[in-house]
Design a protein around this ligand. Structure first.
Ligand code: CU
Length: 173
């Protein structure tokens, strides 16, 4: 009875292994022994036991007929957005960059999106406010986007050259 939980999970395991074998070994079809094909057929017909069927799959894995590639999709891509809100061009408006200080981990790609009714640009600045050649966008019309990936930590300042009172920060940790 203690084997009961294990048995209930078997059909799922079998299904996933079979799916892998189909995609991985179309080129190896001629290397599948006849008895394996028979075992699969007979298992489907209820002639051979589940254990025999699993032993057959184990044989295929041990002999590299079925190769299981662990495809671990570790997503290292990080994305973040800064919105240039409507009214950002207006000096008396509170339409600051959203967020005004974006905090992100190293390696994050930041995309600025212009949601204002007029064009803007993004120009990186040094501590004193001088424009530097780091992340510098072309003119961004309404709806346009500009992306930059921050590979180093630090506090990065930027503004729009046409509306230089609009200063934003990107803090990379
Ligand atoms: Cu601007």
């Amino acid at each position: 009875m203690e084997h009961f939980p294990k048995k209930t999970t078997l059909p799922i395991i079998v299904c996933s292994i079979l799916l892998i074998s189909v995609s991985a070994n179309a080129a190896n079809a001629e290397s599948v022994p006849e008895w394996v094909k028979n075992t699969a057929l007979w298992y489907g017909q209820g002639i051979v036991s589940e254990q025999e069927f699993l032993n057959m799959i184990k044989f295929l894995i041990d002999n590299d007929v079925i190769t299981i590639e662990a495809q671990e999709e570790i997503s290292t891509k990080k994305d973040s957005t800064i919105t240039i809100p409507n009214g950002n061009f207006n000096v008396s408006s509170t339409s600051f960059y959203l967020p005004l200080n974006l905090e992100i981990p190293v390696g994050t790609t930041v995309t600025w999106v212009n949601n204002d009714s007029v064009p803007h640009n993004i120009q990186s600045q040094d501590d004193s406010g001088k424009v530097i050649d780091m992340f510098n966008s072309p003119p961004l019309s309404t709806g346009d986007k500009f992306s930059y990936t921050f590979e180093e930590d630090g506090i990065f300042k930027y503004h729009c050259s046409w509306h230089p009172w609009r200063v934003g920060l990107v803090t990379v940790n």
